[in-house]
Design a protein around this ligand. Sequence first.
Ligand code: NDP
Length: 292
Amino acid sequence: MSVTLIDGKAFAAKVRGQVAEHVSALKESHGVTPGLAVVLVGEDPASQVYVRSKGKQTVEVGMNSFEHKLDVDTSEADLLALIDRLNNDPDVHGILVQLPLPEHLNEDLVINSIAPEKDVDGFHISNVGLLGTGQTSMVPCTPLGCLMMLREHHGSLSGLNAVVVGRSNIVGKPMAQLLLGDSCTVTIAHSRTKDLPEVLRRADIVVAAVGRPEFVQGDWIKPGATVIDVGINRIERDGKNKLVGDVDFASAQTVAGAITPVPGGVGPMTIACLLANTLTACCRSRGLPEPQ
Ligand code: NDP
């Protein structure tokens, strides 16, 4: 049985193309341009790369990009004042505060100060609650991208056994909610899970969001299962810097039916979903039909 490589890069390009078409139609028919504000506090190198990439792709699909770069020692009051201004700015439809924040800033407080309808990351407590109760919400971008790839590959996910490894608020938990929403039988595994390999061997779908390089082994995977690798880990191998996922790709691809590569899988889909969420937020703010 040969493995299917799920091409997140190509899929993300398709999603961005659809977003660009909608943006252009919105401008033409309603004279509105969706706008995304990204707030970066400090100079974390990985965060700087993400913010640059988000800004570039926002402009490429025809949206307005507003970047706010703040000093690492910005006070909580100043950050909250900026978010308040963005909440009240009619040209800003989506607000993203790049995480992690410097230690002196309370992440929960900051995220929950974003207007829920502009919370394109889907981390505001209102959006978490709406997602958990199956209501219309802003859905976190990384799990949304994973779900889109799974739907594209499988069609219906109904009745499939899904195991999500990781229970973080930004990936694991919302991923599990989304899979449940698509009628999977969902198990959430974490660092205290007993006999993880055995739990994984029952999974038709594995979503790995662990933060440990090449952690999930091929012989933990049920033959033919679909493996979505969320991990982004920088390692050094043979004297070179390399990006690897949370799944041992070499062994997993010999067993899985389908697998996402790292890089080129979940990563590109995350930013594409951020753009899609910004478009959705813009349409909702105007009472216009949402793009499907
Ligand atoms: P966190 O560190 O917040 O969560 C990791 C989870 O993995 C925790 O729930 C932890 O369990 C669990 N875990 C750790 N060790 C084990 C173990 N030995 N066995 C089973 N479970 C374990 O990470 P995130 O969710 O933020 O990110 C996960 C990965 O996804 C990272 O590699 C990150 O870089 C990547 N990522 C990629 C994105 C993308 O766009 N592609 C976006 C966001 C993240 P416990 O709760 O018990 O500690």
